[in-house]
Design a protein around this ligand. Structure first.
Ligand SMILES: C[S@@+](CC[C@H](N)C(=O)[O-])C[C@H]1O[C@@H](n2cnc3c(N)ncnc32)[C@H](O)[C@@H]1O
Length: 436
């Protein structure tokens, strides 16, 4: 497939995304039908440029040597695409320059010499030199407000190099086998990482037959491997007699896993459209023991109390920064504080629905201290009838403990930083005292 159409498609998508914002995975979902471009490469370029956007912008500014150059959004994205291909994907600089210039000649002829000059200068750069030259915010393209939040965290500071090195890496796609899954073991499309959990393989040979869509349509749930941590804990805390409530359930990942351990689950979400997603997923994955409630978690019309309440709460998504690089450009201390405050309120509401001796799961796809550990401390301070549950021994499940090196453990919580196969994640478990 032609590199020309692939680069142009990636630039057009980046320009449109830059204008519309939103979540990158949802944005890309319907925009990559077959065409003259290499779909896999378009996706890699799209995410590559998004992840390294600040560094690429700074370099363009420096290399253009003409002060502020006004160029169309798509043309600017094309320049970033070409620079990303040279610097990060190590495509031959001459080839990338020729292709970019030929696109420019056909569309914005007045930019030809500018593109030529910038890309020729860019071809002399290499990442090792740039790392020495720029501070972390520029080199790793982490906006200062987000970096400031991270820097106030001792665990981050103590593991700074290790964390930053993995911050912009691609993360594999994982799939969990559900009860009605077709067995795809013979296809070579999946590699088992833990029992029932698979890494999706993307070799060209495999992808032609088994795309992510086809794997999902074969009954596998595409989700973060970090959810496996929750499954190990469900294994310990849920049994057939447990009465379970999932207060923020859509799209249904935790509810569906929980439904395999218990006779029934109540799954709540506050938005109608999200409840439809829940309904569709339960139907597609053959879940017939989960009942949907559509209510604000803080006003749930329930008199009953539950053995297990799952509070997998809305957050900044900071832990999913490698899957959704756009997240890092939005995080500020204000956003983190407001996410933490609303989590505390929802956690308190959830706690009221836990039976004496029952357990409360607090889960977020973030590793930021303020919306994880700090929320736990505040919750325990305000709710003396709950105690931390020691689950340390339940997490000794990894084949290679070094895979989890970017994690911090508390008595009843684990905080994972994005790295290796893992998304940033936080899980804590509290137990309501018997006498409550
Ligand atoms: C992190 S997601 C849950 C993911 C889900 N547990 C899973 O495993 O697939 C958080 C969910 O909380 C829902 N939500 C946000 N505010 C809520 C509220 N006040 N009451 C109930 N649900 C809420 C959102 O619509 C979103 O679907």
């Amino acid at each position: 497939m032609k590199l020309e159409s692939t680069m142009l498609k990636a630039a057009e998508l980046l320009a449109e995304f830059d204008e519309k914002k939103g979540f990158s995975n949802l944005f890309l979902r319907h925009r990559l039908k077959d065409g003259e471009w290499d779909k896999g490469l378009v996706v890699s370029i799209f995410y590559g440029v998004l992840r390294n956007s600040i560094l690429l912008d700074v370099l363009i500014k420096r290399l253009s040597k003409r002060g502020k150059v006004r160029i169309k959004r798509v043309a600017r994205m094309l320049l970033k695409v070409a620079m990303w291909l040279m610097l990060f994907a190590r495509f031959k600089a001459v080839h990338v320059t020729n292709v970019a210039v030929s696109i420019v000649k056909g569309r914005w002829i007045w930019l030809t010499s500018f593109f030529n000059a910038v890309l020729r200068r860019a071809s002399a750069l290499n990442l090792e030199d740039l790392e020495k030259e720029f501070d972390d915010s520029v080199f790793y393209s982490i906006p200062q407000p987000f970096l400031d939040v991270l820097k106030s965290d001792a665990f981050f500071e103590n593991n700074r190099d290790k964390i930053l090195r993995q911050f912009n890496e691609e993360i594999p796609v994982f799939a969990r086998k559900m009860k009605n899954s077709v067995d795809l073991a013979h296809t070579g499309a999946l590699t088992e990482v833990f029992s029932g959990w698979y890494r999706v393989k993307f070799s060209r040979k495999v992808e032609r037959g088994y795309s992510v869509e086809k794997i999902a349509n074969s009954g596998y749930y595409i989700t973060s491997l970090s959810t496996y941590i929750v499954e190990r804990l469900f294994d310990r805390f849920l049994d057939d007699s447990s009465n379970v409530l999932d207060i923020a359930a859509s799209p249904g990942g935790k509810s569906m896993i929980a439904s395999e351990y218990v006779s029934h689950v109540f799954s709540n979400d506050n938005k109608f459209e999200k409840c439809f997603v829940l309904k569709r997923n339960f139907k597609n994955y053959g879940i017939d023991n989960a009942y949907i409630i559509c209510s604000d978690a803080q006003k749930l019309p329930l008199k009953a109390k539950f053995d297990v309440v799952i509070a997998d709460l809305p957050c900044t998504h900071a832990g999913f920064v490698r899957r959704h690089p756009e997240v890092k450009y939005k995080i500020t201390r204000g956003l983190v504080n407001s996410a933490a405050a609303s989590q505390l309120e929802m956690l308190k509401a959830a706690s009221k629905l836990v039976k004496p001796s029952g357990v409360l799961f607090y889960i977020v796809c973030s590793m930021l201290r303020e919306e994880t550990i700090a929320v736990c401390s505040e919750f325990l301070r305000e709710n003396a009838d709950f105690i931390p549950v020691n689950f340390e021994k339940n997490l000794k499940f990894l084949k290679d403990p070094t895979e989890f090196a970017l994690a911090e453990f508390g008595v009843n919580w684990v905080r994972v930083f994005p790295g290796g196969d893992w998304d940033g994640y936080f899980v804590a478990v509290f137990r309501r005292k018997r006498s409550a």
